[in-house]
Design a protein around this ligand. Structure first.
Ligand SMILES: Cc1ncc(COP(=O)(O)O)c(C=O)c1O
Length: 292
């Protein structure tokens, strides 16, 4: 049975969604982050996973497509990871499939227990209605996994947050069981915005921006800006200074990479209008051009 005991390790590929390490700490475990840089398109390699597993490893947290990078693992890439996990039967998998429906081009979403049914009995598959159905405020997430684990989760939830209200549950039921055809249109809109943002950021001096497979984020690398200074004399020593100077001088707010465990980068959510995105990216281009 998978519970977290003191000393239990949880492998989290970085950059990660900010809540994962704190969730692990709250459960009494020890987060073990593994940096996945731009050279692998922010994806964990099987060699990195193998090296991170110890006898104390309890969980591996997987998120594809990812917040903050939008990176999605192909079936072959995921199979290479599940092959490693099959060699370590003490490791459980928590997969966060939140961006399942937000994938672009020909990318095919897949999830660990589907790619490797041998992992079924030690996989917790999580999802929610916040992203694909734009229902963030309704606060509905859901999970599927082995009965004993789900029962234990229910016990904790019933004594902490109790339960989501019935109004939200019915709204989520309608979203999940109703017509899904609007998703294809949404995907096209997000794909257009992704291409706009990636194209414009790659024209900014000192920025490299990989093209993500899904979600609605980009995670550009700003190594080419580090060590330079703004016209006002601020030395861009790290991504936090970059984000602060960008905000103060141009009014554009981005989240700096250190918050997600991988620097020097920043994250943009492109879940906003083309017009706003075009203006923001133009300002970023002008800001980068002034750095010396
Ligand atoms: C990867 C990932 N998982 C889970 C969540 C949680 O979403 P919510 O609490 O809105 O259901 C988010 C939200 O940003 C996310 O990006």
């Amino acid at each position: 049975m998978a519970t977290c005991n003191p000393g239990d390790e949880v492998i989290i590929p970085a950059p990660y969604w900010v809540s994962y390490p704190d969730m692990v700490l709250l459960a009494g475990g020890t987060p073990v982050t593994v940096e996945c840089g731009i050279e692998t398109q922010f994806k964990l390699t099987p060699e990195q996973l193998e090296a991170a597993i110890t006898p104390k490893t309890k969980w591996f947290i997987f998120n594809s497509p990812s917040n903050p990078t939008g990176a999605g693992y192909t079936r072959a890439e995921l199979k290479a990871l599940t092959d490693v996990l099959m060699r370590h039967p003490h490791v459980w998998v928590m997969t966060d499939d939140m961006y399942e429906h937000l994938v672009f081009d020909d990318f095919e979403f897949c999830t660990p227990a589907e790619v490797e049914p041998g992992l079924y009995d030690r996989t917790l598959t999580c999802n929610g209605v916040s992203k694909a159905y734009a229902m963030t405020g309704w606060r509905i997430g859901y999970a599927a996994g082995p009965v004993a684990l789900i029962k234990a989760m229910g016990t904790i939830q019933s004594q902490s947050t109790s339960n989501p209200c019935s109004v939200s549950q019915y709204a989520a039921l309608e979203a999940l069981s109703g017509p899904q055809d609007f998703l294809a249109d949404w995907r096209m809109v997000f794909q257009r915005r992704r291409d706009l943002v990636v194209g414009m950021l790659n024209e900014a001096k000192g920025i490299r921006c990989p093209k993500p497979e899904g979600a609605f984020y980009v995670y550009p690398d700003i190594a080419g800006c580090i060590g330079k200074a703004t016209p006002a004399g601020t030395l861009i020593s790290n991504d936090e200074v970059f984000a602060t100077a960008l905000l103060e001088e141009t009014g554009v707010a981005v989240v700096f990479g250190a918050a997600f465990g991988l620097s020097p980068n920043f994250r943009i959510s492109y879940a906003t209008s083309d017009e706003v995105l075009r203006e923001a990216c133009s300002r970023i281009q002008r800001f980068c051009a002034t750095l010396v």
